[in-house]
Design a protein around this ligand. Structure first.
Ligand code: ZN
Length: 331
């Protein structure tokens, strides 16, 4: 595949689509972002095609220069059939992503789950380069992990390996959109943090967050972080508890896979030092009493993604820059 000069990597999100041309040395040459049109599968697919065209133009190229397009898509994805099976964020089922885009753009396409491509990006172009294994944990609107061993993704039979966001961390916790109570995602994702902060206010906690709620009619994750940074006790308590949940999640991943590195990505990973320091504090606390975790945990093994949003673009490009057997553990 050394003849490949340019491919396009695309990161399709529920609100925005990012796309960039990537060269054979995995450099990003052009980068664009546009809103995702949701509610109608054909329009969503057309907006993805537009993002690809924009990125190619931004890199001063034409589609004739592009060897292939790799895409990270939210939800359950069938990479062999090229179909987006199910995405709550995009509101589609069995979307013919590859067939549509190949007909529209005249370029070979490959698709995979968005968290999986970010994990591949970290493995192939980020902190995972040269490491025998890596676990990627995304912490944002959703929470999920992916396991990459020797540069190859472990998908599981259904492509659902690593869905730690739907492990129950609090059996009496709030209802999760998956149907269970107290999933990690329901209590420690961005929306979960804001919901826990609101619950405390409803239970009568004194907090400056109450003024924010009265003033704006809603609480965001950003409000909780900003109010905690201003010294508010309840907001600080919510984030301290969030760090304990997420620290427990990382401890679980270390125990299950004993990886060379755990890479933390997503909006919460880049929310500032408070949450990350709290995660390390929880891991250090648990390692004190666990002979097993003491062997597995070192502060420099659990790192915030240095690639950030570029991880998904580079991983999507890796889908078409690499042979399938270099990307997947099975099949
Ligand atoms: Zn769940």
């Amino acid at each position: 595949m050394s003849e490949i000069r340019f491919v396009v990597g695309v990161d399709v999100g529920g609100t925005k689509i990012a796309a960039a041309v990537v060269d054979g040395q995995r450099r990003l040459l052009g980068r664009v972002q546009r809103p995702t049109e949701v509610g109608d599968t054909a329009r969503t697919l057309a907006s993805i095609a537009d993002a690809v065209r924009q990125a190619v133009r931004a890199a001063s190229l034409t589609l004739a220069d592009i060897a292939a397009v790799g895409l990270g898509i939210p939800g359950q994805v069938d990479p062999v059939a090229g179909v987006g099976r199910n995405s709550v964020n995009l509101g589609w089922r069995d979307a013919p992503v590859r067939a549509f885009l190949e007909a529209e753009l005249g370029v070979r396409c490959a698709i995979e789950n968005d968290v999986s491509v970010a994990a591949l990006g970290e493995s192939h172009a980020g902190v995972g380069r040269g490491l025998p294994s890596l676990v990627y944990l995304i912490m944002g609107t959703g929470i999920a992990a992916r396991v990459v061993i020797d540069g190859r993704l472990y998908r599981g039979v259904n492509g659902l390996a690593g869905e730690i966001g739907h492990l129950v961390f609090d059996p009496d916790g709030p209802l999760c959109k998956c149907g269970r109570r107290g999933c990690l995602e329901a209590i420690a994702s961005g929306p979960g943090i804001a919901a826990r902060a609101r619950e405390g206010l409803a239970a009568g906690r004194r907090s400056a967050l109450r003024d924010v709620l009265v003033r704006t009619g809603a609480l965001t994750t950003h409000d909780v972080f900003a109010t905690a940074d201003a010294g508010d006790a309840w907001a600080g308590e919510v984030l301290a508890q969030t760090s304990r949940y997420l620290g427990q999640a990382v401890a679980t991943l270390l125990m299950l896979f004993d990886p060379a590195a755990v890479v933390l990505g997503g909006g919460l990973a880049h929310s500032g030092p408070r949450l990350i320091q709290g995660i390390h504090a929880e891991l250090a606390r648990q390692a004190e009493t666990s002979l097993v975790l003491r062997e597995q945990y070192r502060p420099d093994k659990v790192v915030v993604s240095p690639l950030g949003d570029d991880a998904a673009l580079l991983g999507a490009a890796a889908l078409v820059l690499s042979e399938r057997k270099q990307l997947y553990q099975e099949g």
